[in-house]
Design a binder for this molecule. Structure first.
Ligand SMILES: Cc1cc2nc3c(=O)[nH]c(=O)nc-3n(C[C@H](O)[C@H](O)[C@H](O)COP(=O)(O)OP(=O)(O)OC[C@H]3O[C@@H](n4cnc5c(N)ncnc54)[C@H](O)[C@@H]3O)c2cc1C
Length: 277
């Protein structure tokens, strides 16, 4: 396990280096270094973002927030812009790893890692996030759901990198985030559920129960059609469950993951009912 670490000092230099053979980009390294150590990737060169300036912006863009690719989970958690306008992001980021992991790991790294268990992906899907990609042909933007293609797979092409992500402010929605793991701290999600609720509107996202994080659009539309009538819970649940295609793995069985989601949905609606009735 030996590789050369490259330290570009500008985005132009980064783009040139990304064209090298067998090179991997590294932000915080909390995923990449684990994969290198496990022998799952064997790069000759690791290109670190450490010396490139101005990539850690958190900017209020009116109805959206833009986050640069060097923004760590801790930086976002401490940002007043995020706290005020995206309580759902705060709930999810608090659940990531440990203080050390949140201090090093970036939101961009969590996105490009493209794990169905990526905790920041839940609020990003709920907030109609768009990724901003830079590369040899300039800039392009993609909805996060088109960017993430499957476990570990993204729409990035040779020479491209994720420069930033922007997402809707959702401070006026009621946020819900539940993550079930094998233990309470430092655990990857067995199943997770994120919701934004506002009167008769709802947005619902599931993590770790399909090849990617998924948003339950049919259930969202059903909820709107019935004007948020939560007495038709069974029909609503059916539409939610259509989006689940969990697998058995070392952390949990597919059956268990489905049961967890059903229970989380019921529990959320019980507390929502108490709030609104
Ligand atoms: C002990 C431990 C606990 C963890 N707990 C959690 C958890 O609870 N929840 C969770 O979601 N994750 C968890 N993780 C995973 C990890 O910390 C996160 O996915 C983190 O956000 C990754 O960010 P990073 O900056 O460290 O990425 P890196 O490891 O630097 O990179 C990850 C991948 O993204 C690519 N990449 C990074 N930045 C860019 C960019 N700007 N453009 C293009 N490609 C890029 C890299 O090439 C690499 O393939 C945990 C990891 C560890 C080691």
């Amino acid at each position: 396990m030996s590789f050369k670490v490259l330290l570009p000092e500008s985005e132009d230099e980064l783009m040139t280096m990304l064209m090298y053979d067998n090179a991997e980009l590294m932000a915080g390294g909390t995923d990449l270094l684990v994969r290198i150590r496990a022998g799952k990737v064997k790069p000759d060169k690791v290109i670190s973002l450490a010396k490139i300036p101005d990539m850690d912006e958190i900017v209020d863009k009116g109805d959206r927030i833009r986050i640069g690719c060097k923004v760590t989970h801790a930086m976002a958690l401490n940002s007043e812009i995020v706290q005020r306008n995206s309580p759902i992001m705060v709930l999810a980021l608090r659940e990531i790893g440990s203080p050390q992991i949140r201090n090093r790991g970036t939101i961009a790294g969590n996105i490009v890692n493209a794990s169905p268990a990526g905790d920041s992906l839940v609020p990003l899907y709920l907030s109609n996030a768009r990724v901003i990609i830079h590369g040899p042909k300039g800039e392009r933007k993609l909805p996060i759901e088109e960017f993430i293609k499957g476990p570990g797979k993204t729409a990035l092409s040779m020479g491209e990198y994720l420069r930033a992500v922007d997402f809707e402010k959702t401070g006026d929605w009621y946020p819900v985030f539940h993550k079930v793991g094998q233990r309470t701290a430092l655990a990857i999600a067995i199943a997770s559920l994120g919701m934004l609720i506002k009167k008769d509107k709802i947005r619902i996202v599931f993590g770790s129960v399909a090849p990617t994080v998924v948003r339950a659009y049919k259930a969202e539309r059903f909820y709107e059609r019935v004007n948020g009538d939560i007495t038709v819970m069974d029909e609503f649940l059916e539409r939610c469950l259509e989006y689940l295609s969990p697998i058995d793995d070392v952390r949990a069985s597919a059956w268990y993951r489905k049961e967890v989601i059903k229970n989380l949905l019921k529990r959320t609606f019980d507390s929502w009912r108490k709030r609104v009735l």
